[in-house]
Ligand binder design. Structure first.
Ligand SMILES: [Zn+2]
Length: 534
């Protein structure tokens, strides 16, 4: 009755070099693994799937991303690949010429560090491009936007507007807003943007999941539920796309603390499963990000000693939020980039630990200290790391932080050596969602554009460890390590099938990997059509 997969390399990931000849599945579960002849004889499968020499891995799962945000990047104006301000101006002018006066222009993913002139646009410059349209451009980190004057006017932002808690309205010497808005200050503008339609949300999520499938991802732990008109509407979008429309994907949804009540009122809680969708931990943002110097550090920024970053909440408020999660019997998933934010989070978790058997997640964990590592080792915590940040943030991050504290920054190898469970993700749309890029960055500590420069090679991971971040690591983060992340009896039939064995090619060759097939719950959700380029 089942399906027998064979004819290629099948990497179980039980150990670094364990391989089997064939896998027999029924429905969405692996029933047996072993020699092809024996499984043929024993089970008499009614479908045979010949891998034709391809290499099968357990399905790759991104442990931290924003699926709808990634989809928006795909369907909106994507600025993340542009490398000069001139290119950005041209792209914006083009968009403005296509729309009516008054319609919003929303661009995604600019990064001044990637622009030849390092330009951060001023509202007045954006006015020249879009005099009759409100316009905002999300910075790649999503912790900052630049807005033009019409957008500032609609939001009522003037020189008299005070900085909101947890945010900064950047001003010029006369005190006039420049249009650059950091963290919570972004919300002043975002709240006046007309709500997106259900149709738009579905389009974005569909595009996102299809892109994930194409890149070999069978699932992702995603945080979206607070940004698109409320919990119910966004959750419904996931149910429509994944369950009703059958775009199979294992989505674990983090629940932002502001919508936890809405979730609870619908009778939902952590671990609730609805088709391919599962409710995950409660999401909290403890601090900002490094790009805008809003990550909360214990010592000032080296390249701007006037600031140590921004705490989104006081330590007391943060502790209250953790307590709130516990009152809903939820683990927490807390964004903490700077070491002081991380310290606050540990204080709160130590005071209010999760229920027995639950695991908290600390997202990013980029800037740590030895004492913090010692403390985190004793807690039921998983660190959701994004290896690709190494490729994007170096070398400028060294200037920002100073070499003295870099030893425990982006220190993935140290974390694994200390026995701290880690899972791998992209934080898409912030980094590209492609897990191959994440694995490559973890192994090489290099940017593919400058492959000869290695940043802190002592922190490079083995290929096996890097792949595990995206397989068993992601499974462990949501307590599914006994059913996902490996190819073994009783595990889910989720597979990522590639044209080469990541474990035997050189790190440089990893970038040439092609996805042949993606299989979720035993069903092929993506199959490569184009021939492999030679
Ligand atoms: Zn994120």
């Amino acid at each position: 009755m089942g399906v027998l997969w064979f004819g290629g390399k099948i990497k179980t990931l039980l150990t670094e070099d364990s391989e089997v000849e064939a896998v027999y599945i029924v429905g969405d579960k692996i029933i047996a693994t072993g020699a092809k002849d024996q499984l043929m004889h024993q089970y008499q499968p009614d479908t045979l799937m010949d891998l034709e020499g391809a290499v099968m891995f357990p399905g790759f799962v991104d442990s931290h991303l924003h699926l709808i945000g990634h989809g928006e990047k795909l369907i909106r104006l994507d600025l993340s690949t542009l490398t000069s301000s001139k290119e950005i101006i041209e792209a914006l002018k083009m968009r403005v010429s296509e729309i009516k006066h008054g319609e919003w222009v929303i661009g995604e993913g600019w990064n001044e560090n990637q622009l030849s002139d390092k330009k951060i646009f001023h509202a007045k410059e954006l006015d020249e491009i879009a005099p009759n349209n409100p316009l905002i451009l999300h910075r790649i980190c999503r912790h900052a936007i630049v807005a033009n004057s019409m957008a500032l006017d609609l939001a009522g932002i003037t020189s008299d507007t005070k900085d909101p808690a947890g945010g900064v309205i950047v001003r010029d010497q006369e005190g006039e807003p420049t249009g650059y808005l950091l963290d919570q200050a972004q919300e002043l503008v975002k709240q006046v943007i007309p709500k997106v339609t259900t149709d738009y949300l579905e389009k974005a999520l569909r595009a996102s999941i299809q892109d994930c499938h194409k890149l070999g991802l069978v699932g992702g732990h995603s945080e979206d539920l607070n940004y698109y008109g409320g919990f119910t509407r966004t959750y419904q979008t996931f149910k429509n796309i994944i369950n009703k429309q059958g775009l199979h994907f294992k989505a674990n949804l983090l629940v932002h603390h502001e919508v936890v009540e809405d979730m609870h009122n619908q009778g939902l809680g952590v671990g609730h499963v609805n088709g391919g969708i599962e409710i995950g931990a409660m999401k909290i943002f403890a601090d900002g990000a490094l790009g805008g110097r809003t990550a909360l550090l214990s010592q000032p920024y080296q390249d701007d000693p006037t600031t140590s970053g921004v705490a989104n909440y006081s330590e007391e408020q943060l502790t209250e939020l953790v307590k709130k999660a516990r009152s809903f019997n939820m683990p927490v998933a807390i964004h903490a980039i700077g070491d002081l934010a991380f310290e606050y989070v540990l204080n709160a978790i130590e005071l209010y630990p999760p229920a027995l058997g639950q695991r908290d997640r600390l997202i990013h964990a980029q800037i740590l200290r030895k004492d913090l590592i010692e403390r985190v080792k004793k807690l039921p915590v998983v660190l959701d790391i994004q290896p690709r940040f190494v490729a994007t943030d170096f070398p400028w991050v060294v200037e920002r932080l100073g070499v003295e504290r870099i030893e425990y920054c982006y220190a993935w190898k140290t974390l694994l050596n200390e026995g701290i469970p880690c899972s791998g993700g992209s934080d898409a749309p912030i980094e590209p969602v492609d897990p191959i890029l994440g694995i490559h960055a973890a192994i090489t500590r290099a940017n593919p554009n400058e492959p000869t420069i290695t940043y802190y090679p002592e922190q490079a991971l083995s290929t096996f460890d890097a792949i595990q971040l995206f397989t068993s690591g992601s499974a462990f983060a949501i307590q599914r390590e006994h059913e996902r992340g490996k190819i073994a009896v009783g595990y889910d039939a989720d597979f990522t099938i590639l044209d080469q064995d990541l474990l035997t090619v050189t790190p440089e060759q990893i970038l040439n990997t092609n996805v042949i097939m993606t299989v979720v719950n035993g069903e092929i959700v993506y199959k490569r059509k184009e021939p492999i380029p030679l």
